[in-house]
Design a protein around this ligand. Structure first.
Ligand SMILES: *[C@@H]1O[C@H](CO)[C@@H](O)[C@H](O)[C@H]1NC(C)=O
Ligand SMILES: *[C@@H]1O[C@H](CO)[C@@H](O)[C@H](O)[C@H]1NC(C)=O
Ligand SMILES: *[C@@H]1O[C@H](CO)[C@@H](O)[C@H](O)[C@H]1NC(C)=O
Ligand SMILES: *[C@@H]1O[C@H](CO)[C@@H](O)[C@H](O)[C@H]1NC(C)=O
Length: 159
């Protein structure tokens, strides 16, 4: 018994570290975006990377497994560049970044967002066009970039 209690405690500690690391991978990815943005209106102020997961952050929505499904940062007066780490949000469905001052290119890693339904990047200053990796996203239906509207119809991709 005397040995059993510390053993249990250390097991709990190890498990907690494992879960925390898993939960925080998505927080780390979003924090990479935050680090790359100039945010004069402090819309990313609640993005505290030390929390267990990003689900309580403003402008972030999670599913009931605490995995990020939406990032809503339209019209937020952000400037800076997108980051490759955004491709590490496996359940992301909506990435809304319209009407900011974002420059640079769209990372080809966004092609890893297999659950992405909508990507709104219009009214920014992005260059370099749409990466071909986005063509393999079968759920992506709405991709707005610059003023052009691209409709990715699921059946067209699956042909
Ligand atoms: C956007 O940020 C700039 C500073 O970078 C500031 O001058 C401007 O007032 C902000 N615009 C809005 C709508 O908050
Ligand atoms: C983008 O930046 C310019 C100059 O810094 C500023 O005048 C403009 O209001 C910004 N636009 C948005 C949508 O934040
Ligand atoms: C885009 O860049 C141009 C000049 O490079 C600037 O005049 C314009 O305000 C920028 N647009 C936005 C939405 O930041
Ligand atoms: C994501 O996409 C990039 C480029 O499209 C690729 O190199 C990378 O291996 C992919 N996977 C992960 C987990 O980032």
């Amino acid at each position: 018994m005397e040995r059993f209690v510390p053993l249990c405690l250390s097991l709990i500690l190890v498990l907690e570290l494992v879960f925390r690391a898993a939960g925080n991978a998505e927080g780390d990815a979003l924090n990479a975006l935050k680090s790359n943005m100039v945010d004069p209106n402090n819309v990313l102020q609640s993005w505290d990377a030390t929390l267990v997961n990003p689900c309580t952050w403003f402008h972030v929505t999670c599913n009931n497994e605490n995995s990020v499904t939406r990032v809503d940062l339209g019209n937020a007066n952000l400037s800076g560049q997108l980051v490759a780490q955004l491709g590490q949000l496996p359940n992301l469905q909506y990435l809304e970044l319209y009407s900011n001052n974002i420059t640079g290119t769209i990372p080809e890693e966004l092609g890893n967002l297999t659950n992405l339904v909508s990507l709104d990047l219009y009214l920014n200053n992005l260059t370099g066009g749409i990466p071909t990796t986005l063509g393999k996203l079968s759920k992506l239906r709405f991709l707005y970039e610059h003023f052009k509207i691209f409709m990715w119809l699921t059946y067209l991709v699956s042909l």
